[in-house]
Design a protein around this ligand. Structure first.
Ligand SMILES: Cc1cc2nc3c(=O)[nH]c(=O)nc-3n(C[C@H](O)[C@H](O)[C@H](O)COP(=O)(O)O)c2cc1C
Length: 377
């Protein structure tokens, strides 16, 4: 019988990321679930979810954005790494993922201009959703550098295999790189070099905290899709600077909360594999592995992206939420049976934006009710 390797030789071939070997090219891209409790602790279903993902045949699971400070979060149901008391929770998540055979990576984040609970902060007071973020003074920037580093140290202690810095979605790291949201005139703004200073300091401090043997990846916002925002051709020099700084891989994404809901962006992201061309630009500029995610609906498309050298790693977020058997079905030649994440359906996004745990409209009705019951228990 033909195996996944026969059908999709590139997709099911191993790859080295930093000093870790990934069994195939399929990664769970981070997907905030809202399954943590209101004080950012484990819920039984949060652990069950990551167990399921870790056992799904994916080579690595990147655990959803985890908070690096106590106060600044996008949502109360955010998992936390800002204090040693959270190491045990993180360890249970890492164990849940690894038990099933996948490597475990943890994404670290500060939401910056979208820290709506404690009040938005950012490089400059550039209005967002009717609010003006507080401009971070240099002293606080230094504290934040240390907050990322200390959180990464906890991620390592908890037994994860890698850590990822969240430089996407317009959150804190991305807001410094953007010429639209960073209008500083000090060393942390101005030229591209200045705008990159904060992310590179975070990267260096993180590497120092975790040591050379622990890979640090970076979620990279290549295009804000907003007038005056970060966009190519600056993507390539930034990718090169991050590679030079020592990141183990770059995970490409586009858009921020200020552009996600624009009609032209909705249209753009409804296309299958819509970030592959932008990943390809980055891949041309660096030699570390590049990941692309964005409606990679089946293994045929994923194999083509790899064959055309657009990316080295395939990120699946809603795709594996919709169908945790995506990888197995691909391996068994049953790709026609993969449950579809329907274009235009925004049930998952609506759920998390209203502060509830994520559910998926593609799930059979019984599964949806079962998960809702577990979340309410
Ligand atoms: C509900 C939801 C939550 C997400 N949470 C995160 C997150 O925590 N960190 C992140 O970098 N990206 C996050 N993303 C973006 C995904 O990682 C991914 O880039 C995007 O959904 C496209 O991939 P897909 O089409 O396979 O879903 C999220 C997306 C959705 C829909």
């Amino acid at each position: 019988m033909a195996t996944g390797q026969d059908r999709y030789p590139k997709l099911f071939s191993p790859i080295q990321v930093g000093n870790r070997e990934l069994a195939n090219r399929l990664i769970m891209a981070p997907l905030y679930t809202g399954y943590a409790t209101m004080d950012g602790r484990l819920s039984p279903y949060l652990v069950e979810h990551y167990k399921c993902m870790g056992a799904s045949g994916l080579a690595m699971v990147v655990v959803e954005s985890v908070a690096v400070t106590a106060a600044d979060m996008g949502s109360l149901r955010t998992i936390r790494a800002h204090d040693d008391e959270h190491v045990e929770d993180l360890a249970q998540i890492a164990k849940a993922v690894k038990e099933g055979g996948a490597l475990a990576c943890c994404q670290l984040n500060h939401p910056g201009r979208f820290a709506l609970l404690s009040g938005p902060v950012g490089p400059s007071p550039v209005e967002v959703s009717g609010m003006v973020p507080r401009e971070l003074p240099e002293e606080e920037i230094q504290e934040l550098v240390q907050a990322y580093a200390a959180s990464a140290r906890r991620v390592k202690e908890a037994g994860f295999d890698m850590v990822e810095l969240h430089g996407g979605t317009g959150y804190l790291l991305a807001s410094f790189v953007s010429p639209r949201t960073n209008q500083r005139t000090d060393a942390y703004g101005g030229s591209l070099e200045g705008r990159l200073r904060f992310p590179l300091e975070v990267l260096a401090a993180t590497q120092e905290a975790v040591g050379k043997d622990f890979p640090v990846g970076y979620r990279f916002l290549v295009n804000e899709w907003l007038p005056g925002g970060f966009e190519p051709p600056e993507d390539q020099p930034v990718a090169q600077a991050l590679e030079k700084g020592g990141v183990a891989y770059l995970s490409i994404m586009g858009g921020t909360y200020e552009s996600f809901f624009l009609p032209e962006v909705i249209e753009r992201v409804s296309q299958d594999g819509h970030m592959s061309d932008q990943a390809a630009r980055v891949k041309q500029a660096v030699s570390i592995p590049v990941m692309t995610a964005g409606r990679i609906t089946g293994p045929g498309l994923a194999e083509n992206i790899l064959a055309e050298h657009q990316a080295d790693l395939i990120g699946l977020a809603r795709m594996v939420l919709a169908d945790p058997d995506w990888v197995r079905k691909a391996q068994e030649g049953k790709e026609g049976e993969i449950l579809e994440c329907r274009v235009g359906c925004d049930v998952c996004v609506t759920q998390v934006m209203s502060g509830q745990g994520v559910v998926c409209a593609a799930w059979p009705k019984e599964r949806r009710s079962e998960v809702k019951e577990k979340l309410e228990a």
